[in-house]
Design a protein around this ligand. Sequence first.
Ligand code: ADP
Ligand code: MG
Length: 274
Amino acid sequence: MEQYEKICEIGKGSFGQVSKIKRKSDGKTLVWKEMNYGRMSDKEKQLLVSEVNILRELDHPNIVKYYERILNKEKQIILIVMEYCDKGDMALMIRKLKRDRDYLPEQQIWKILAQIIYGLFACHRRKEGNKILHRDLKPGNILFDAQGNAKLADFGLSRMMGDQSQFAYTHVGTPYYMSPEQISEQKYNEKSDIWSAACVIYELAALKTPFEATNQIQLAMKIKEGKINRIPQQYSDELFRVIQQMMTQNFEKRPSVDDLMMHPQISKNIKENF
Ligand code: ADP
Ligand code: MG
């Protein structure tokens, strides 16, 4: 902990405070996320530790890089040190676009979609057993670095919130990005991440979530019905078609990351950027 100097607080998330920090050895700006494990069960603590260990292995340009974890037993907190993304998250981007009544150029949407798929590719392609699922894709978990590249954050951290845990209660937002299989309480799988990614890209284009509702039951019904309005007319049929495919009700028929990487626009954007 002494290796870093806290600069300022960036935000408060569902898991705890996020702060901008400076590594004293070389002045590099990083962030740490503070999580209190005092109220977690032993099982949750174990999951947290194993999850963080997995994250350390993920080294990919579209995943927020994790540096280390620091355990403070006295205060019962774990600090996760990671890459700093100074352009903020996609929720902020969407808020600004809405405020300015502005829309992103289609090319930029394809680029962000390609980068999200590429980030998911690094996790989903791993061998059975240590596959990593995101489980909580939402605009607030997609960050942008100084070059404007999209990076997935909070990878897998949501797995530790068992349904009955103390932890889960602090995390109940409106589940706009939830897939039909999650609603019908089938197992969460890698295709559920694809559904959520589609909802996020839809929102980036339309500046509203694909399914709007005033309560969770109504939302669940709309998701299972699956009817969505077209994204604004300035966007191509092809962009809308890919979003619709990614929102196929039956997850077995929904495209995988490998399928999506073969899409000309997606593969082109991945090649151009790396
Ligand atoms: P949430 O639970 O809503 O996902 P987080 O705890 O992940 O919240 O993050 C809280 C805030 O900190 C968000 O506004 C997010 O944009 C910001 N943040 C999180 N991680 C980083 C990072 N690596 N770089 C820059 N900002 C970050
Ligand atoms: Mg987050």
